[in-house]
Design a protein around this ligand. Structure first.
Ligand code: SAM
Length: 234
């Protein structure tokens, strides 16, 4: 589909399975004059896999301000720009907010092509209520701040979701075991990939399981809320 001149398309891309690029996303990336990518080499793999050879430009957290000004010039010249992050939905713990805000404020059209996100994929596989939820992004790396963040999440009635690193997950699960020993958790690992797994249990159970076999790969931690429905209580 041809785009109105001077459009920015914010496009979600796969979080591991290259086949998860939607047909509309592929058409948009092919149609664009330029694809702004968090990492041009990383996104090159996805684009090549779909036979897309649109020119790429890097746009990451360290150059977003400068690139926004530059892309506004391109939009002024009538170009169609697509923006993708390394994986999933841009702006969700990823750059892009400044770009989208800048483009919208300057009066250009912003279009969104929705698709995969580790946040929604983890929630969907968790089996925890998700009609309301809290998303905390990446858990803090410092122990005291992480503990405070977890304590806050464990006090909420709704489900909470965090991105976490495999290096810290065992320590984080042990913290949850101390703060709320009965709470049901899910660690969603390698979503959409060959070894996708949902590990379910309490903080103590999961910490013990992972202490024997340290987990690898990308992961999302989902905590059930402080007032779970009866069917979720053990
Ligand atoms: N914007 C992205 C999205 O919508 O999925 C998230 C970007 S954030 C920088 C990357 C984090 O998302 C990873 O550290 C991990 O916690 C989570 N993540 C990304 N891909 C994942 C996958 N395939 N399986 C599990 N977690 C994943």
């Amino acid at each position: 589909m041809a785009h109105t001149p001077g459009t920015l398309s914010v496009v979600s891309t796969p979080i591991g399975n290259l086949a998860d690029l939607s047909q509309r996303a592929a058409e948009c990336l092919r149609d664009a004059d330029l694809v702004a990518c968090e990492d041009t080499r990383h996104s090159g793999v996805l684009l090549r896999a779909h036979g897309i050879d649109t020119p790429r430009l890097s746009l990451h957290q360290h150059n977003e301000a400068g690139r926004t000004a530059q892309l506004l010039e391109d939009l002024r010249a009538g170009k169609h720009i697509a923006y993708i992050s390394d994986a999933g939905t841009p702006l969700v713990s990823d750059p892009g907010a400044r770009l989208v805000h800048g483009v919208a404020s300057a009066g250009y059209r912003v279009e969104v092509i929705p698709g995969p996100s580790a946040l929604t994929a983890a929630l969907a596989g968790s089996g925890f209520p998700a009609d309301r939820f809290y998303f905390g992004g990446f858990l803090p790396t410092k122990k005291a701040a992480r503990s405070r963040e977890l304590e806050g999440a464990l006090g909420r009635d709704e489900t909470s979701v965090f991105f976490e690193s495999p290096h810290r997950i065992v320590a984080t699960l042990a913290m949850v075991a101390d703060l709320a020993p009965e709470r049901q958790l899910v660690v969603a690992r390698e979503l959409t990939k060959k070894f996708e797994q949902f590990h379910r249990g309490t903080g103590g159970e999961l910490a013990a399981a992972f202490a024997e076999r340290p987990p690898k790969g990308e992961m999302v931690l989902v905590l059930s809320g402080a007032s779970p429905p009866a069917w979720l209580r053990r």
